[in-house]
Design a protein around this ligand. Structure first.
Ligand SMILES: *Cc1c(COP(=O)(O)O)cnc(C)c1O
Length: 468
């Protein structure tokens, strides 16, 4: 299996190179050259598999020639061994033909663990084989940082530096990062806001000499290996809800479009999915796009679903590439226009094709709180703010009541306790394995919001660790 860039101007790579590269050299995103196919018979055979066996079956065609079946199988087993549900991703029935797929049974209680726990182990495997090392740098406003830290902790080939805005992330989120005392984990509380953190990280990547010297890499959601690991739970949930004998629909609370894209990939591979619904908060660039055919960036608002507070959805590019029948030149034109003007428009034909499979809805913070309260009253089930947007969007936009609707629950309610309690009157409890979070020792360094301070700290730390 080889991978090509959406922009059509980067070398074709094998899976292990795509894993370490992230963004393609032409600025595009890597995708498999062809989509592996499962027939209805294949699907019927896959239906009884355990989560880990299913994961190997679904991912093997994507890694062929780069990773052996035995290695993939060992990595997958290790990845999900620590999850706190035997089912890994339990499907819970909310009502008639309405389900919630719980994707918060990993170490940091958000769906990002399903991909990042895998990615960290994959990195380690490939780096060990090559005798190579990586320095990972990232900025976080909350969720991604803790999931990345949990994924990379105690891995000999990786040093990870995560910047968060000092005093501006929730206490749960900060503690999930700073109570990881592993020697290769370095938390930086930066004097500034999230944009300052992100700009500092961007400047590190732009410093080519530094980037090469420390083998700088990222773990953001444009990495193909993350999407690939997420494809698995679409198959898993669809089977539990009746596929392949019936088609199913998915509703996905969406930010960067990585999660819903994994569902689109599952459909490409033969899984019968009749509709995708995307849910947004007040940062509704995708909903405005569905309504108007025009993609336009605006300022970011802070909401009670902070993991979806995005300006643009970077993974939308892969979806667009597919809807354009992989026409790189048309895609380049749109991306060029976006870079220059902050917006682009697509053709009517493009929108027709999109609307054959996708719909979406937006909810502000009040509407989100209302959904949490209603669902809790109706069913006793407690949704977090992100998952509530998925359920709300499903109810507002589903095309066919007879098709099972699977709403992705992307975070545990205890990650956002204040908003959930205000909406439902119930204080969500942290699961057992995190119950000591508020008493554990924290470790982080406070730095001024200056590029040189951060760069200097990384250099000094790598030297002390014998990595430079
Ligand atoms: C990251 C995140 C999302 C958004 O997922 P995308 O793949 O960026 O669309 C939704 N909910 C939670 C809880 C998240 O952490």
């Amino acid at each position: 299996m080889k991978y090509i860039s959406t922009r059509g101007n980067a070398p074709k790579l094998a899976f292990d190179d795509v894993l370490l590269t992230g963004l393609a050299r032409d600025g595009g995103l890597y995708l498999p050259e062809t989509w592996p196919q499962f027939s209805t018979e294949d699907l019927a055979d896959m239906k009884g598999l355990s989560y880990t066996d299913l994961a190997v079956k679904v991912m093997l065609p994507f890694v062929e020639e780069a990773i052996s079946r035995e290695d993939l199988s060992a990595i997958v087993s290790d990845t999900y061994a620590g999850f706190d549900s035997g089912d890994i991703a339990p499907l819970v029935k909310l009502g008639e033909n309405e389900y919630v797929l719980e994707l918060f049974h990993g170490p940091t209680l958000a769906f990002k663990d399903y991909a990042l726990q895998f990615l960290g182990r994959m990195f380690d495997h490939v780096l060990t084989k090559r005798g190579a090392k990586l320095t990972i740098a990232g900025a976080t406003s909350g969720d991604t940082g803790s999931a990345a830290i949990e994924a990379c902790r105690d891995r000999d080939n990786i040093e990870i530096f995560i910047l968060h805005p000092n005093g501006k992330v929730s206490e749960v989120q900060r503690r999930q990062m700073t109570t990881v005392l592993s020697d290769n984990v370095h938390n930086i509380a930066l004097d500034g806001n999230f944009d300052d953190c992100q700009n500092t990280v961007k400047a590190l990547f732009a410093d080519e000499a530094f980037r090469d010297q420390v083998h700088l890499s990222a773990v953001n959601s444009i990495n193909w290996a993350r999407i690939m690991a997420q494809v698995v739970y679409y198959f898993w949930a669809a089977f539990k809800a009746g596929a392949p004998e019936t088609s199913v629909a998915f509703s996905v609370p969406t930010g960067n479009f990585g999660n819903v894209l994994a569902g689109v990939v599952a459909k490409k591979m033969g899984l019968p999915i009749s509709q995708f619904i995307i849910g947004s908060n007040a940062n509704d660039i995708l909903i405005r796009f569905i309504e108007s055919g025009r993609m336009e960036a605006k300022n970011v608002f802070a909401t009670t679903s902070p993991s979806m507070d995005i300006q643009i959805s970077s993974n939308f590019e892969r979806f667009m590439f597919e809807l354009l029948d992989r026409d790189s030149s048309a895609l380049n034109d749109a991306m060029e226009e976006f870079k220059e003007t902050g917006h682009y428009a697509v053709t009517e034909l493009f929108m027709e094709r999109l609307k054959e499979i996708m719909d979406g809805e937006r909810f502000d913070d009040d509407a989100t709180a209302k959904i949490i309260g209603e669902v809790h009253k109706e069913t006793g089930y407690l949704l977090d703010t992100h998952s509530a947007i998925g359920v709300g969007a499903a109810r507002a936009r589903r095309w066919d009541e007879t098709v099972p609707m699977i709403c992705l629950a992307t975070a545990h309610p205890a990650k956002f306790p204040d908003a959930v309690e205000a909406a439902s009157g119930v204080h969500p409890q942290l699961p057992e394995h995190l119950s000591d979070l508020y008493v554990k020792e924290e470790r982080y360094i406070e730095l001024p919001g200056s590029f040189n301070a951060v760069k200097g700290y990384i250099e000094t730390t790598l030297k002390e660790r014998g990595k430079l």
